[in-house]
Design a protein around this ligand. Structure first.
Ligand code: DSN
Length: 416
């Protein structure tokens, strides 16, 4: 399958093949994962990995950039058109470096930033204590309401007025509902903060109009490119013209060296794919599938944080099932259903062994699955969680999962 690798390194070739078979034969419900297309995969594995190109198109430190400049310029132009922004920087290596670039552009060490707390669904790089961003800056966190699991915008406003942050972040890794970017934009204006929308999870939905865009409201938009957007592992920062210089300088030379040109090319391909009418259909189906999976799970007695979903992501509180999140996730993995355990808001359990699991529908939707398949998946999840120590149930479900996967081939795989 990978003859060039196998000839040099059979151990790695074998492991890649095994991982590819795993991705083929299981239901991948990790909310941040997807299947990149064959074209995106090919660009990622291209000769562009051989080239150094510190700087930006037309302003590089090394020669030999005539093709690389065109690749990066195409990626930039496509990102700008897709997200309707003035400026795009496509060089961040991934979401965390993109977010570090935002801090470097706008905040001094010790200054105050405000974001959603990690236990409520925020991200480590939004000032959480164990992250560099929580050590170098004074981070203040908002959460969600205990009764609804949703953001209370009045509470965010009151906290922002009290703390006067320099940066206000919206977005996170476990937010199942639409984020009111206009409300965040207003709050940021009221307190004189730079408003950053981290849309890593939802950027594919935003690009396709399946989630409201932060573009009219945010000073900066940060995103990865490999989640719902279905591109390569990478990051990007989008902003208004007024912030373009600060953002570009922060990424290079502030934070990174040479951009990963193979990734830039793959991003350009992914942006082109995301601008096609078919991607709108895909993104709408991600959301429809998430709603169907949510309904299916609730019919089986599962409790969802916020009572459902508006996007690709579901957060399930397993407390009423009396099964810890990690135990459920491991049993499901053995049954070919792959998700991750996750803290729920106000979780009494520790983050490494939390009360919930997080699911997303981007990858299964990339296989062409629809609502009917989501109902079947909900049924399997219910069966495996209810009998989580029963290995024969797991083995039987894994077989049924494989049959379903065989009927919905995943994009971008070389096997078969
Ligand atoms: N690891 C990503 C996620 O799963 O949401 C965030 O960095």
């Amino acid at each position: 399958m990978h003859p060039a690798i196998a000839a040099v390194d059979p151990d790695i070739a074998k492991l890649i093949e095994q991982e590819e078979a795993r991705q083929r034969d299981c239901l991948r419900l990790i909310a941040s994962e997807n299947y990149a297309s064959a074209a995106v995969m090919a660009a990622t594995g291209s000769v562009l990995t051989n080239k150094y190109s510190e700087g930006y198109p037309g302003r590089r430190y090394y020669e030999g950039q005539r093709y690389i400049d065109q690749v990066e310029a195409l990626a930039i132009e496509r990102a700008k058109a897709l997200f309707e922004v003035d400026h795009a920087n496509v060089q961040p290596y991934s979401g965390s470096p993109a977010n570090l670039g935002v801090y470097l552009a706008f905040v001094q060490p010790g200054e105050t930033i405000m974001a959603m707390g990690l236990p409520a669904g925020g991200h480590l790089t939004h000032g959480w204590g164990v992250s560099l961003t929580g050590k170098f800056f004074r981070a203040v966190h908002y959460g969600v309401r205990r009764d609804t699991g949703r953001i209370d915008y009045d509470e965010v406003r009151a906290l922002a007025k009290k703390e006067r942050p320099k940066l206000l972040w919206a977005g996170g890794t476990a937010v199942p509902r639409i984020i009111d970017f206009a409300a965040f934009g207003d709050i940021a204006k009221e307190v004189g903060a730079i408003f950053v929308a981290d849309i890593a999870h939802i950027s594919g939905l935003v690009a396709a109009g399946a989630h409201p865009s932060p573009a009219p409201h945010a000073d900066v938009i940060s995103s990865t490119t490999h989640k719902t957007l279905r591109g390569p592992r990478g990051g990007m920062l989008l902003c208004r013209d007024a912030h373009a210089k600060a953002i570009d300088r922060a990424i290079f030379p502030g934070l990174q060296g040479g951009p990963h040109n193979h990734t830039t090319a793959a991003m350009a391909v992914a942006f082109k794919e995301a601008a096609e009418p078919a991607f709108k259909v895909y993104a709408a189906q991600i959301v429809a599938n998430a709603k169907a999976l949510a309904d299916g799970l609730m019919e089986h007695g599962f409790e969802l944080v916020t009572g459902g979903t508006d996007n690709h992501l579901l957060l399930v509180d397993l407390t009423n099932k009396d099964v810890p999140g990690r135990t459920a996730a491991r049993a499901l993995d053995a049954a070919g259903i792959v998700l991750n355990c996750n803290s729920i808001p106000f979780d009494p359990r520790k983050p490494f062994d939390p009360s919930g699991v997080r699911l997303g529908t981007a990858a299964v939707t990339s296989r062409g699955m629809h609502e009917a398949e989501m109902k079947r998946i909900a049924g399997w999840i219910a069966e495996v969680v209810a009998d989580h120590e029963n290995e024969s149930v797991q083995a039987r479900v894994a077989g049924e999962v494989k049959e379903l996967c065989d009927a919905f081939p995943a994009p971008g795989l070389l096997l078969d």
